[in-house]
Design a protein around this ligand. Sequence first.
Ligand code: A2P
Length: 283
Amino acid sequence: MNMIVLNDGNKIPVLGFGVFTIPNDGPTYDATLAALKSGYRHIDTAAAYFNEEDVGKAVRDSGIAREEIFITSKLWLQDHCYEAAQKGIARSLRKLGMEYIDLYLIHQPYGDVPGAWKALEEAKMEGTLRSIGVSNMTPKIWNRFVPEFDIKPAVNQVEFHPFFQQKELRKIMAQDDVKLEAWYPLGHGNVELLTHSAVTSLAEKYGKNAGQIILRFEVQEGVIALPKSTNPTRIAGNLDLFDFELNDDEMEAMRSLDTGKGMHDPDAPGVAEWLLNAFKIED
Ligand code: A2P
């Protein structure tokens, strides 16, 4: 698996397997094991996905050494202050059944973000979190919080796909060599995207499917992509991207699909309250 070096020196596999919306107590366990067997070495979960236990169990049962697998989890909004964040980190470690987490993110950038970030910084210095980052930060939110951080985030995990390429945000993040992680890298299975002629013509040329072309474009853009699938053939196929390369003209054609608009707007009024009320993490 190709790796990217983060701004703190740690390495992350360029493709990860996302388990958002896959239920705990079985389905996430099965999907994570299938992903590990297919060759994924990077699993992306979160406290608010309610499936950290299954991810941890699958990693233990996989027979693959813990240090060969890159695990990401995320702190939920209810834990946004220094003390609550310390508890939230401990809870994630306990649910995963792990001594450290490779990457831990502030999942939603609202409330006492600076207090929560302080707890992440300390856990990074103690070694229980190897890398730390943020998620869903728009340029506006980034400029409000990140300049005050002592340790810069290693990543910002945001919506990203060919129809929403985050060009302004990527310029800001590049100043601190912060990598972009893509959620919804396939546009959440958007048919308009998957059947777009710019994508299907490349799929035909390279003998790949549309999803593989899109993911290949993202990886070549330096983006860490987190495709989600519960279909074992697609889980394996979405990793099969490293035997071809899009040329400069093809990359430009894919870049031109950007509409500058996504499905989720973190700056919209009421989003923070809606999210806070959407999930409650229990011990
Ligand atoms: P499925 O679980 O049946 O594979 P995203 O990661 O952008 O949220 O997209 C996930 C959606 O895209 C899921 O509905 C998933 O369906 C579908 N999907 C995953 N991989 C591919 C692929 N290679 N080609 C087409 N659709 C895919």
